[in-house]
Design a protein around this ligand. Structure first.
Ligand code: ADP
Ligand code: TRP
Length: 325
């Protein structure tokens, strides 16, 4: 049995790219009875960017509601909020003291963020140590991540090995699982869908607002209604392929190529594709968002399960580092 662990930051309401690229594959993996899954909302990490308590709370609830609406079985997984187990910050300190400064200074995600963001704080710099603590606190064996997180995982492995070398075999050195064939979801402008580019689609919006996002954000050319159209001229057909599959996308492409089918019709098809594929999930999301107490209850059950593992690791660490009696 392997313990699989992964986290997702709560810096926004998850968009279609997050859902297809990260959340659904993680839920699929958690269904394998051979594995034990730890999935958490990395809200301490979000503090590097979010400095608004209301936003912090509402994002966490929206991320939680998304996982539940997408079908996560909380009985079979340990699903929790990072900040509910503040022990992770104690471990972060211990790990910091065996982490060579240049290793963090060379992290590309720090270099990238410090070039891009105006708030370049020390939390952004020590972010990989907190991430290492997230993983090592729970003795995770496998951590599935996208390409951008691989360096953070290498840092985690280095830190775990350093602890084991300096203080004795205390921590599990985890393996990285690179999600190579995860979906690449384009945004409304054709670049990778990302909250940073404001090209994302929030599938949970009320129908009218979702329609407006599709109509306004996806730019289409002015080919006349009756003329043939190139299905790759914008992302409509590509998104329909990811949401509804090949048959639906091929059908749309044929209509566009034949002419007599406008971009307005194609946009309606995209709206319909989202409403149909995510009908149940949209209703479930609305239900959960209207019942924050239930969401908090789910998180608190997850926190109890996670805490018992965390406390064992920490007491091992404290003892071996020379703290306590
Ligand atoms: P964003 O780019 O919107 O800031 P994050 O970097 O927070 O998104 O990504 C959270 C998770 O969602 C990661 O596992 C990432 O690989 C996945 N993800 C984000 N955008 C996409 C996308 N356009 N296509 C596929 N997966 C994505
Ligand atoms: N840094 C990850 C991201 O931005 C989120 C994360 C935090 C994480 N802690 C983790 C992922 C531990 C895997 C394991 O996507």
């Amino acid at each position: 049995m392997s313990r699989i662990l992964t986290g997702i930051q709560s810096t926004n309401v998850p968009h279609l790219g997050n859902i297809l690229g990260a959340i659904l594959p993680a839920i699929e993996m958690s269904k394998d009875a051979q594995n034990e899954s730890f999935l958490f909302i990395a809200d301490f990490h979000s503090l590097t960017q979010i400095k608004d308590a209301e936003k912090m709370r509402s994002n966490t609830l929206a991320v939680t509601a998304t996982w539940l609406a997408m079908g996560l079985d909380v009985e079979k997984t340990v699903f929790y909020r990072q900040s509910d187990i503040p022990e992770v910050t104690e471990l972060t300190w211990y790990l910091s003291c065996v982490t060579p400064y240049p290793m963090l200074a060379n992290a590309h995600s720090f270099k990238d963020k410090s070039d891009r963001l105006s708030d370049v704080n020390a939390g952004l710099f020590t972010y990989p140590v907190l991430m290492a603590a997230d993983i090592l606190l729970y003795d995770a064996n496998i951590v599935p991540v996208g390409k951008d997180q691989v360096q953070h995982l290498e840092i985690t492995r280095d830190i775990a090995s350093a602890v084991n070398r300096v203080f004795g075999e205390l921590l599990v050195v985890p393996d990285v699982k690179l999600n190579k064939d995860t979906m690449y979801v384009p945004g409304t402008d054709g670049q990778k869908m990302s909250k940073s580019y404001d090209n994302f689609i929030n599938i949970f919006l009320p129908e009218k607002e979702l329609k407006e996002v599709i109509n306004k954000k996806i730019a289409t050319d002015s080919t006349a209604l009756e003329d043939p159209k190139d299905p790759s001229a914008n992302v409509i057909s590509a998104l329909i392929r990811l949401i509804s599959g090949d048959v639906a996308a091929d059908e749309l492409n044929q209509k566009l190529i034949a002419g007599g089918y406008g971009w307005g019709h194609a946009k309606k098809d995209l709206l319909q594709a989202i409403l149909t594929r995510f009908e149940k999930e949209r209703a479930a999301f609305d239900h959960w968002m209207a019942h924050p107490d239930e969401l908090n209850e789910v998180l608190s059950i997850g926190a109890d399960k996670a805490r018992s593992v965390a406390q064992k690791t920490l007491s091992r660490m404290r003892n071996q580092l020379g703290y306590g009696a």
